[in-house]
Design a protein around this ligand. Structure first.
Ligand code: ZN
Ligand code: ZN
Length: 262
């Protein structure tokens, strides 16, 4: 980029930092589109805000892994062809979900994509992220095993702060791609909890205890549910959500998440 061009670019970036959401969206149109990971200019063929190379480099989570929470194991610990043994954390807690599976590791391109999707209103990322989810679904699950899709519920206060519910946006795309119904309000978050980041495993579990409530239990009775989340760490949030579903009589609940943070 030549000198004057760079100054205009910097001015737009600065204006963008101070602008409200609508103006920011307008300024996005003026800025040259560059890859969110490597900064390379994007052509019209790149469907999301990353170049094809960086998107391909997302670290996928593949077996061997814990059959319940899906945490990956170093390949050497498992006999080839085997999915893996149940991990220590899953053996010492009561599990309400059947299985948690994540598309990739929460790092690099996937981490940037999720942060933009969640905090910077890049809602157009819902589609490519949902495609990753559906690919992962195909590796571990079968569509006839489910009656409906449920997004991990967001507390109303958090929804007001953010203006949109990223789990609902993701779940809607996944539901469309898998041709399954979405029951968006079936479970609600009744307790406003602090972010799980930085908390110990035990503290995480206590932080989310009793956070969810099933709105119409008769609807969930006997249902086989697929819960959609963006990032999973210890699975304590999704396990608590599964507990609410289980206590309402759901038959089983599996979790499909975009990324696993280690
Ligand atoms: Zn790139
Ligand atoms: Zn586990």
């Amino acid at each position: 980029m030549h000198h004057a061009g760079r100054r205009i670019h910097e001015a737009v970036v600065e204006a963008k930092a101070q602008a409200g959401p609508w103006l920011r969206r307008f300024l996005d149109v003026l800025l040259p589109r560059t890859c969110g990971t490597c900064g390379r200019m994007l052509g019209g063929a790149d469907p999301h805000q990353f170049c094809g190379t960086c998107w391909q480099r997302i670290t996928r989570i593949v077996p061997p892994l814990c059959p319940r929470c899906g945490i990956p194991y170093p390949a050497a610990t498992v006999v080839p062809g085997e999915i893996g043994h149940v991990c220590g954390a899953c053996r010492e807690r009561r599990l309400y979900f059947q299985a948690v599976r994540c598309a990739g590791r929460y790092e690099g391109t996937l981490q940037t994509a999720l942060q933009r999707f969640k905090f910077e209103e890049r809602t157009s990322l819902a589609r490519p992220l949902a495609e990753l989810l559906v690919e992962t679904f195909g590796l571990f699950f079968q569509r006839p095993a489910f009656d409906a899709i449920i997004p991990v519920p967001l507390h109303r206060r958090r929804l007001r702060q953010r203006g949109y519910d990223q789990a609902v946006l993701l779940a809607r795309q996944v539901a469309a791609l898998l041709d399954l119904p979405i029951w968006a309000g079936a479970i609600e978050r009744v307790r406003y909890t602090q972010a799980q980041v930085g908390l110990s495993r035990q503290a995480r579990r206590e932080n989310v205890r009793g956070a969810f409530r099933v709105r119409r239990p008769e609807r969930l009775a006997g249902a086989r549910l697929l819960l959609i989340d963006d990032v999973v760490t210890t699975s304590s949030t999704v396990n608590e959500c599964a507990r609410a579903a289980f206590e309402a009589g759901a038959e089983r609940l599996d979790v499909l998440a975009v990324a696993r943070s280690m």
